[in-house]
Each structure stands twice: as structure tokens, then as C-alpha cells.
Design a protein around this ligand. Sequence first.
Ligand code: FES
Length: 167
Amino acid sequence: MSNKKCVCVHELTADEKEKIKNFGQILDDYKGKPGALIPVLQIAQKMIGYLPGSVLKMISKGLHEPLAKVYGVATFYHFFTMMPRGKHLIRICLGTACYVRGSKEVLAAFKKELGIDVGGTTADRKFTLEIGRCFGACGLAPVIMVNDDTHQRVKPSKIKEILAQYK
Ligand code: FES
């Protein structure tokens, strides 16, 4: 069992603090410009990797938009995320073919090993865990993807071996 903790409540890393500082300078250029909210959110996410609460507050203040509106836009569009993402994205296929061949058990093994739930990221920011619905490789079920790599006929007993390739 892993002792890794989820980053549901997370602290900013030194690298993120630096990126936020740089973003603050860019935000200055958008002050007073109409329709700037979405482009500014996109820039922030691209620079920082996600949208921390402190950045949403900066944007609200910088653009003179209510914080509720900034949060509303950030949560409405699926391409915005307020959770930090791991360096490696693990996606477990729960499509029918994979499901009947044991992907549910594979998912449970990843959750246990990483100490996170679906949508979570490990505290060391190495892994984010998500589920998918058919990667088009049903004949090789159960299938998982790590970044752009496909792993086929995955068994719970192989989880550690797979993770070791990305450490
Ligand atoms: S159902 Fe998993 S790859 Fe198709």
C-alpha cells in the first residue's frame, strides 16, 4: 500500500508561485479590456497547468469581475481545471469489453497503489488518474493508457511494473 496522499487540498509549489508571478504581469495587459475573462483563464491555465483559487482571485481583482463569475466560467467549461495535474495521465478504460475483462479491478488496484480516486493527482504531482470509455483497442482488453502509451491485457498484478516505467 502506498503512503502517497491526494492533492485535494494542495499547496502551491515554488515553480507554480513563480509562474503565477509571471502571469500577474500578463494579467496587467488585459485590465480594462472587455471580453478578457476567458482568454485570461486560458492563458493562466496554459502557464500554470491549472487554475488555483489564488489565481482566480487575482483575475477577479485584475479584471474587476465578481469572483463568483470567474469561478462560474472556470467550472462551466470542461477544458478548465482547478485541480493540479500530474506529470503522467493514467486513463483506465471502462468501456464494455474492458469492463467485462476486469478493468474495474485494474482501476481499484491503481487507486489503492496511488492512494487517489478518479480525477485525483498524487501529492508528488507525478500521476493523475482518470477513466475512459473505449480506446479503440477492445481486442486487447483490458486496456489502459499512460500519456500516449497503450498498455494491453493489464492485470492488477502488473500495476507496479507499469508505474515503475514512469518514475
Ligand atoms: S472497451 Fe476498452 S478499448 Fe474498447
